[in-house]
Design a protein around this ligand. Sequence first.
Ligand code: ATP
Length: 595
Amino acid sequence: MRDLWHGISGVLASSWRVGRGRLLVSALLMLLGNVSTPLIAVFLAVTTDAALRRDTATAVQAAVAVAVVALLSLTMEHFAHIFFFELADLHHLRAERELGDLAQGTAGLEQHERQDYADRMELLRKETWELGAGVQTVLTAITLSVQIALTGVLLARLEPWLLVLPLFAVPPLIAGRLAEARHERAELATAEARRLSWHLLELAVSPAAAKEIRLFGLRRVLRERQTAARRAEEVPLRRAELIGLGLRLAGQLIFAVGYVAAVVVVVRSAIAGQRTVGDVVLVITLAVQTNAQAAGAVAVAGQLQRNARAMGWVRWLRRESARAADPVVPDRPVPATLTDGLRFDGVAFRYPGTDTDVLRDVTLHIPAGATVAIVGDNGAGKSTLVKLLARFYRPTAGEITVDGVDLRRIDPAAWRERITAGFQDFLKLEAPARESIGAGDLPSLLDPAAVPAAVHRADAQAVIDRLPEGLDSHLGKSYEDGEELSGGQWQRVALSRAMMREEPLLLLLDEPTAALDPLTEHALFERYAASARDLGHRTGAITVLVSHRFSTVRMADLILVISDGRIAESGTHDALMAHDGIYAEMFTLQASAYR
Ligand SMILES: Nc1ncnc2c1ncn2[C@@H]1O[C@H](COP(=O)(O)OP(=O)(O)OP(=O)(O)O)[C@@H](O)[C@H]1O
């Protein structure tokens, strides 16, 4: 009940904010239409009795009144719709904006990892229209309630026990509620199958997947899996719908029994001369309307519950986002320059919803100004370490400090303004090249020299030179004249974006050159290392590089070897080679492969 109330008040408050004029006018029109409906019965009764009395003047006036209220009852809701649609659009837009803000507004990525979060997010994405339509639902519910109350008063004036009639509308309401609950359970239970079927469908139409689908002859297997996933989604949903239909039908049957009984009793008292024919007309008409009102109430109750559920999810998301906020309130500024560097002290990390630590007991010092390379097998935990440095996650144990300050005490947004990064799974931002690159530092996007300078630092001029309009060319297939780039070219664009910030305290490069050939990567990293050292001398800036290519790795001042979530070895290339451990073995193996 509280959810229902929160849903109604949430919709009204939001509609009031986005368009109070439209809200008031549509409420007024709806009210007029709804109040007119029971008045049809009243004027019909008056017309009938006046006609039987041969009172022509009253009969004609009442008949005109019937026509007028019937017209109002039939048309007002249509006029109200014109305003509803606009309101629903505005409301929908607002809901979508809020969803985007909630999904992207948290400092970390923890909530994106959680299945319950992903499921609700997916359902909410589907139900943003539900949220938009909520205003119509709520106004219909309010004005329908007024109509039902007016009908009740009219029935009670005639015969108090006729008030029992609306009670027969309760079973359909309960049945509707049960049906909704069943449907909701089925939707949540089938969310995984739905996600899988969407993913498979996306693969089927995605140009990126087309190559491997053809090459490996996966079309049939994918289609079969998609069909199976669809079936796994459809069957429980259809079953829930059928059971819901049965429940609703049973509720309506109970109402029908009450209706028939009421009409029979009034007709009998009219035959006995205790009631006028007009009274019989009044009861028959009102009882028919009560039936429609009950059906309307059931429908609107279902919609109200759906609306309450969607609003409940929005509130849940707001709570989750607030909970995802750091427990430690940031109270320390980002240092202007680094003097000591970064320290990990007993850091462990476990991804949300999993039960194994992917990093364990990591204790290390990355001195200010250093260029660090991280190596290790696939899945060793290299990228996870980088993500902790970017503050996408908080360590589950231990602490990371920046010049002695716990990273959690520094505002993540302020920290990120002083770092920059290039990832292997980079963003292909389809926009004019200038913007796709400039997004790496929005404040300098309008500085005409900033983007070309970043392109130069990333050694990506050759990519830009091949574009018909240079930096003004549109990138990607979203544009009719958009240039589609190769994987390596996109990666250069992403690297240029990473180079937009001129003086970051931390440059994170997580296999950003994986799509480039080893020689190019080597040359590129030499270039970065030189400018990183220069920057490191001036500001203590640290460069962290994850790479599987040892020809690049060996240039670093400090090499960290991660094995099974722990720092297995650390030191310079020479020291690690002399140590003759994991690093030496990996290096020798790769070097011999190139010989
Ligand atoms: N979002 C995630 N949720 C749960 N587990 C994850 C997630 N991302 C990574 N993992 C797990 O954490 C472990 C470390 O992954 P990570 O990406 O850090 O490895 P990596 O050393 O960078 O590997 P690679 O060289 O293949 O990029 C792996 O076992 C991986 O399965």
